[in-house]
Design a protein around this ligand. Sequence first.
Ligand code: ADP
Length: 392
Amino acid sequence: MDILFQNKKISDKLSFDNSLRNFRLKIIFAMTGGVLLFTVIMCGIIKFANGGAMLLLGIILALIVGTSLCLFVKHIFAEIFVVYNNHNKTKLDELRRIKHEHKSKTELLFVRDKQLSEMNARLMRSSQDLETGTKMLIKKDRELVLANQKLIHVDEIKSDFITTIAHQLRTPLSGIKWILSMLSKGEFGAVSDDGKKYLLKAYDSNNRMILLVNELLEIDRLENDKINYVFTETDLFRIIDTLIAEFSVEIKLRGIEIIVRGGENPFKVIADEQGIRSVAQNLLDNAIKYTVDAGTILITIQKDENFAKFSIKDSGIGIPSEAFEKIFTLFYRAPNATQAIADGSGAGLYLSKKIINKHGGKIWFESEEGKGSTFYFTIPLNLKTTNIRPMV
Ligand code: ADP
């Protein structure tokens, strides 16, 4: 800010041309920039100041005319100092604020750093725990492998034991079967009707023992992958005829009538004959066994598209609906079956399902308790041409 002083002697002032003075005053008054112009008379008293500057400073002209220029300047500098001071203070506050912010951020960073260190320590501990856990698992795994090897060994011993015992049992049981059959037919001399009845009962029980032994052997072979399926041309009708002949004593004893349908259009399937024979034998045995009172068994063998469909319908005790889901489970027997017939292992249907699955077929049943059951199975007519994969 520039301050110009117009300080003249009184003598000069007297000679001052009035019109020139007025002209100057007009110019001065019109000045508005940073220039302040004071006309001062003796002892530094302000006589005049330009209006534009006064507007800028926010000073009323009338108030300063006649006052001391020294005081006025002092006042202005004091004002400037206040402004400067305020400006400095704002800057200082700003700096303080930045410093404060910086401090808070540093503190935050410190806290984060601490948290990170803690997390790191925790991770280290977890990593150590994991390492220990892995070592323990490896140890347990080794123990399990050893235990498994032991179990396999025990299983092999058990399997060998079952096979040996079953074979040892089967031979004398088969001998007893034929002797009982010959006795009941009177081949060793006449037998009374009562004697015949008991002989047939003994024959029936003996036959069941043979079937049970066979089932035991089958389970052992199946569970231990000892079954070697041989798929050859198989005649289902011939299998059924043979089985009916084998069960003839029992059929007669129970007063059951057996009807076979479908023989008028015979056909053959590619199957494991021994396996399919086991399934048919089990289904026929069940139909006879669970037809406690004299009744009829209807067997149907027919083609159903690319499959051979076998069904066996009996008028026996039937299966309670609550047992439906469990009927193919190993060793399961429905309560009405255990009540009616003590003999039975609950293994026949389990084995049958495995064998049918192996052929890529299906096995199922329909039944009503007290009214009878129908068991069905299907197997592909020819596994090779039907493109069906046998299941394991
Ligand atoms: P089981 O030696 O007991 O006959 P299966 O595995 O052959 O064993 O049959 C399992 C169970 O299914 C039987 O115990 C019986 O409850 C039921 N079952 C099977 N076939 C028949 C049927 N024809 N009539 C009634 N119940 C049957």
